[in-house]
Design a protein around this ligand. Structure first.
Ligand SMILES: Cc1ncc(COP(=O)(O)O)c(C=O)c1O
Length: 313
């Protein structure tokens, strides 16, 4: 129940129901906010909740905030510490999702970025699967194009920009697919509604270059590292044609919420033989082991909530 949660809002720990925003809030009316999606993974074996890449998420939040002329109230280190404290206060013993957000909080009419008061909050809640897709994801190429950097920078995780994702996602679901793949303004593959994309052809992994209007995903970075260093597979960041999706041996979608998912079909064409491929399987397995604290080599990607908590007043 949401009302059971403790959240952090503008300097205070409050019950979820006590932390309110007004109807005229700038970020609600104009989409002038940005956010992050951080995952925590419960390990029954270790009785520990592992938080993944927390610092990286706050570094990206700081970049998104800068684009929006929002000043974060704390440093990346302080925000990391605050997050661990908040999660520990909630005593979660399950997988979780953490949503730090910052937004223009003035309650007044007038669209702009400058000279508007900012607010900051963190909400953490139990969360298991984003996709229920043991048989892989079915995807459709969206009729909606990905927002362009000159229109609304996809590099920032900006609240208002998620209308673009929502248009594509609803179109995909209502057309019978699990997820949308959006093309950039020039027709190159960009990303899913909330995931980055990888295309595997001839033993090489390709993923769109950041200038193809993607969010520079933290899972994307993780998967690139694992493919190169654990699997010895070359990864090339370059523009990808739509038709390459249909000629791929494997296609993967990656994201903090989604994890590492294989795509079974795109626009009704099976990807490879439509089953999980060897690269996707290995990467998903590594990702699952790492996020549950089972590969000591990658322990520094994780924070142990209960072992490392610093209590704040
Ligand atoms: C549009 C978009 N692309 C990609 C991603 C994946 O990014 P990350 O791996 O940092 O979660 C997300 C999720 O945050 C997203 O919303």
């Amino acid at each position: 129940m949401l009302s059971d949660l403790t959240v952090y809002s503008d300097g205070r720990f409050l019950r979820y129901d006590e932390a309110k925003v007004g109807l005229l809030t700038h970020g609600l009316q104009y989409g002038t906010g940005c956010f992050e999606g951080v995952r925590g993974f419960w390990s029954e074996r270790d009785e520990e909740l592992y938080l993944l890449h927390v610092r990286d998420h706050f570094e990206r939040l700081a970049q998104s905030a800068k684009i929006l002329m929002i000043k974060l109230p704390h440093s990346v280190d302080e925000l990391t510490e605050l997050t661990v404290d908040l999660v520990a206060r909630n005593n979660f013993r399950s997988d979780i999702y953490i949503r730090p957000c910052t937004f223009k909080s003035a309650e007044e009419i007038g669209v702009r970025l400058h000279d508007v008061k900012d607010s900051f909050a963190i909400i953490a809640l139990p969360f298991s699967k984003y996709f229920d897709a043991t048989a892989g994801l079915t995807c459709g190429v969206s009729s909606w194009r990905r927002i362009d950097d000159c229109t609304m920078p996809a590099r920032g995780k900006i609240t208002g920009a998620y209308v673009n994702s929502a248009l594509a996602k609803s179109e995909a679901i209502l057309n019978g697919f699990d997820e949308a793949i959006m093309l950039s303004h020039d027709g190159h593959v960009s990303e899913g509604s909330a995931e980055n994309i990888f295309v595997i052809r001839g033993g090489v992994m390709y993923t769109p270059d950041p200038s193809d209007n993607i969010l520079e995903g933290i899972t994307r970075r993780t998967v690139i590292h694992l493919a190169k260093n654990e699997l010895g597979i070359p990864v090339i960041e370059r523009s990808i044609d739509r038709s390459e999706l249909f000629c791929a041996e494997e296609v993967l979608l990656t994201g903090s919420a989604a994890g590492v998912q294989y795509v079974a079909s795109i626009d009704h064409r099976p990807v490879g033989d439509g089953l999980a491929g060897p690269v996707g399987k290995k990467l998903a397995e590594l990702y699952n082991q790492i996020t549950r604290g089972e590969l000591p080599k990658y322990a520094d990607w994780l924070i142990k909530t209960y072992a490392s908590r610093t209590v704040r007043a």
